[in-house]
Design a protein around this ligand. Structure first.
Ligand SMILES: O=P(O)(O)OC[C@@H](O)[C@@H](O)c1cnc[nH]1
Length: 195
């Protein structure tokens, strides 16, 4: 059974079409109208081995906030829909990813309970024309609609581009692990009963 989802979300602020295949090959077609987010989502797909297509338009004449946040919402929605009843998945995943001088750690639990821990202190700067404050908004939108616990910790690092990139790569690898199917597991790994 294909673990995939195709979501279209239209508001007065943003118009987003997204398709996700969890058991993919890391193939991405990303066009968000936010160049740095295109780059991050391309790496997210590649490192998570997800097939991901995103076409998004938004009120970027104001700023990138609504577009970035809403893409996080739609990606979280797609993961939730693609995972369905989550039967047989590993549920937990974690990754520690270096990127040059940076080390970033991400742990996730696809519990159904949304919770973001974001220990990634960043200066209020831009990467290109991308406000790095929007990284938190992206992941907050993601967890709220995926129903995941997601802990992002910057262990150390300096270059803001490297820090954000390491976070996206680590999140992808943690989610790849958590979404893996394991024949040893019957039913959803629950905190009640079996575990
Ligand atoms: O996944 P890789 O790190 O092999 O490639 C991407 C990376 O080289 C590129 O995005 C980058 C290099 N320095 C900042 N960003």
């Amino acid at each position: 059974m294909a673990r995939s989802a195709a979501i279209e979300r239209i508001t007065k602020e943003t118009q987003i079409k997204l398709s996700l295949e969890i058991d993919g090959k890391g193939e991405a077609q990303i066009c968000t109208s936010v160049p740095f987010l295109d780059h991050m989502l391309d790496l997210f797909a590649r490192h998570g081995l997800f097939d991901l297509k995103v076409e998004a338009h938004g009120d970027i004449d104001i700023d990138f906030h609504h577009t970035v946040e809403d893409i996080g919402i739609v990606l979280g929605t797609a993961f939730k829909e693609a995972l369905g009843d989550k039967c047989g998945i590993r549920r937990y995943g974690n990754a520690v990813v270096p990127m040059d001088e940076v080390l970033a750690s991400v742990a996730t639990d696809l519990s159904g309970r949304p919770y973001l821990v974001y220990n990634v202190e960043l200066p209020k700067v831009k990467i290109g024309d991308f406000d790095v404050e929007l990284v938190r908004e992206f992941f907050q939108g993601f967890v709220n609609h995926c129903g995941a616990n997601l802990h992002l910790n910057l262990m150390y690092g300096d270059n803001v581009h490297h820090i954000v990139e390491a976070c996206f790569k680590a999140a992808a690898r943690a989610l790849d692990q958590a979404t893996q199917l394991d024949s040893r597991i019957e039913g959803v790994m629950s905190t009640k009963g079996k575990l």
